[in-house]
Design a protein. Structure first.
Length: 651
């Protein structure tokens, strides 16, 4: 069999194949080919040639590629280390090997050493890693490479695993049914089964973005469309330039780092604990806003003090399905709290978040409440979210400073305007400071309870999308997508110190805020891009415009030649995302991941998993002890692949 893509998904499936192999394989030789221009294990996103300041947004203790006793799968549980445990046991030696291999392959993994010499060595980072550290992406790549090697070495001697540093550009059927993969280096491979696991494939520009690019070229400026920031050529943003930036999520955090530390600047924490920035003079000025106008909330590091929230109670797969069957699309929500077109879905999610928040408040900080958790919970469980009765319950039991206000949290700039940018900048620094405090100070542990419950609700949402994604209407997809967006805003933000760095850059005048409701247009009369927002009365002009967000996967027009060819040649089916001209995914069966042909039949020898496909689009990493869908998917597919190969061998 062959895998197209050598990132975490392929690594995870290979680990499950190795775990299930002895029980299912009758014996005999097998060849496994892995095709990717980047090193196996981490693939492109976790490649070893990235600067040391490009970090994961997960803590080392929360990253694992191995099953544990919480995982409900058919195959055997094969425990393995988290990233932190691996670094403590194997990291220094393994990182040194990965560094040497990357240098031999021509990767400039030590290119950042001049800027951060104390942290330039992967081995040094591995030795100094703590459980709550946010590792560099290149250290994560070293961990993934080790996981790939461990899976390969766990297979019998007559199973050969070959990796090919090339791109797959075409996939076709041979007369006997086998699959031929054509490679970018002119070679080709034959396989009985092909698994497409390319991960985050490149997107494409829509009409507006192509227009912006043409305008920038005419005016001598720059337009950088959505994409993986680490892969974008940022040399078009000159020192001192006013750069308009749309987006305050993780892609912006990467941009901020590359335009500060990446340009030779330095962050220093003074004796009072405040982070300040020492510029190099090579930085541009980033004028940044977004729809919401504020950054993603930082990752919380606060531990729960009270009772564990327990299993999900309200936002279950069954409850989501029931809500969808009652009223898939109700139209605009009647209250400001609903972020989608199906308010029931949001109400279930919000009630789950509130349960985790208030349980931790009542059991961890009882002195701040006016009744017992048992009395509060009994009534809370029976009431609808955002109902007058629930508001009355909270107001009678919780002081104002401790009440959960999800509307304000989600859109804190709603209804606010500022006479000038300086006032907005000052408000933003206070707001960001408060979010960092909530993520780091023990007294704010109710937010950790909320995050835990939202995480569990997110897993239920992922289960729904995997099991019923092909039966959702466009309206339901939009509603669920907006809940997922809130989940990202609340739970998938940067490390807290990244937002301290953002405040430091703001104080240094190198980041200026534009607020919420950002709109950027090409102004032909001024020969510049012009930004306006709902938060400020004034315009801001600049010749450079960066859309700081990941591009949506687009198998029709994006950068993956293989996927484009499959669609163009009628070998696969595409599903367009509602309301987006440059967002499309490969159709793969829900639950079995087989690529759907234009006839509607699943191809018996082709599978697809990833954000580019409809069948299984969960993220790369899973938190230990959470029965993560990632592992259950990998185990089910790994066992299926072995059985299918066994049948092919017998025939």
């Amino acid at each position: 069999m062959a895998f197209v893509g050598a990132g975490p998904r392929t690594t995870g499936i290979l680990e499950r194949i190795a775990a299930n192999f002895d029980a299912l394989w009758p014996g005999g030789p097998l060849r496994i080919d892995v095709v990717d221009p980047f090193p196996p294990g981490g693939g492109r996103i976790w490649r070893p040639d990235q600067p040391v300041w490009m970090l994961m947004n997960s803590r080392a203790r929360d990253v694992t590629m191995f099953t544990d006793e919480s995982v409900e799968c058919t195959g055997p549980i094969t425990a393995g280390p988290t990233l932190f445990e691996w670094a403590a046991r194997h990291g220094a030696a393994a990182s040194a090997r990965e560094t040497a291999a990357a240098v031999e392959a021509g990767a400039a993994v030590e290119a950042a050493a001049e800027q951060r010499p104390a942290a330039s060595s992967l081995a040094t980072e591995a030795r100094s890693l703590a459980p709550d550290s946010f590792p560099s992406r290149r250290l994560a790549g070293a961990y993934l490479a080790w996981c790939f090697r461990r899976a390969r070495e766990a297979l019998p001697a007559d199973v050969e695993v070959h990796d090919h540093r090339a791109a797959a550009v075409r996939l076709s059927d041979e007369p006997d049914g086998r699959q031929r993969i054509s490679l970018s280096d002119g070679g080709s491979l034959l396989a009985d089964i092909v698994v497409l696991a390319q991960g985050n494939v490149d997107g494409s520009m829509d009409t507006a973005q192509r227009s912006h690019a043409a305008f920038a070229a005419r005016c001598g400026g720059a337009h950088l469309p959505p994409g993986c920031t680490a892969d974008v050529d940022l040399s078009a943003l000159p020192p001192g330039a006013d750069v308009l930036v749309s987006g305050l999520g993780l892609a912006f955090v990467d941009l901020m780092s590359l335009m500060s530390e990446g340009r030779g600047g330095r962050f220093v924490r003074d004796r009072e604990g405040t982070v300040r920035y020492e510029p190099s003079g090579a930085e541009p000025v980033l004028w940044v806003g977004s729809r919401r106008g504020v950054p993603y909330l930082p990752k919380t590091g606060v531990r729960l003090r009270g009772a564990d929230p327990g299993p999900v109670r309200f936002a279950t797969v069954e409850a989501f399905k029931a809500a969808l069957s009652r009223d898939t699309v109700k139209g605009p929500a009647s209250g400001a709290s609903a972020p989608g077109t199906a308010p029931d879905l949001w109400a279930l999610t919000a009630k789950e978040v509130g349960w985790g928040y208030y349980r931790e408040l009542f059991t961890g900080h009882p002195e701040r409440t006016g009744t017992s958790w048992a009395a509060f919970a009994q009534v809370y469980a029976e009431l609808d979210w955002d109902s007058p009765e629930l508001h009355s319950l909270v107001h009678g039991s919780v002081r104002a400073a401790d009440r959960l206000a999800l509307d304000t949290l989600r859109t804190p700039l709603s209804g606010r305007s500022f006479p000038a940018g300086g006032e907005l900048d000052a408000w933003m620094r206070r707001h960001v400071r408060a979010t960092v405090d909530r993520a780091t100070l023990p007294g704010h542990s109710p937010w950790a309870g909320a995050a835990r419950s939202l995480f569990e609700a997110g897993n239920q949402l992922a289960e729904l999308l995997v099991s019923d994604g092909d039966r959702l209407t466009p309206g339901a997809e939009r509603a669920l997508g907006r809940i997922s967006e809130f989940n990202s805003f609340f739970s998938s933000g940067p490390p807290p110190f990244r937002l301290e760095q953002l405040m430091a850059l703001s104080r240094a005048g190198l980041v200026r805020f534009l607020g919420a409701g950002l709109r950027v247009r090409a102004d032909a009369s001024a020969h510049t891009f012009t930004a306006t927002s709902d938060s400020l009365p004034t315009e801001r002009r600049g010749t450079c415009f960066v859309e700081a967000r990941l591009a949506a996967p687009d198998v029709l027009h994006g950068g993956d030649r293989l996927l484009r060819a499959m669609i163009a040649e009628g070998r696969a089916t595409v599903r367009r995302s509602p309301g987006a001209e440059n967002a499309s995914r490969l159709v793969a069966g829900e639950g079995d991941y087989r690529v759907t042909e234009p006839s509607g039949r699943p191809h018996p020898r082709r599978y697809a998993l990833g954000a580019f496909a409809t069948g299984g689009s969960l993220g790369s990493f899973s938190v230990p002890g959470t029965n993560a869908p990632f592992f259950r998917q990998n185990d089910a597919l790994g066992r299926r692949l072995i059985r299918q190969l066994r049948s092919a061998a017998r025939s």
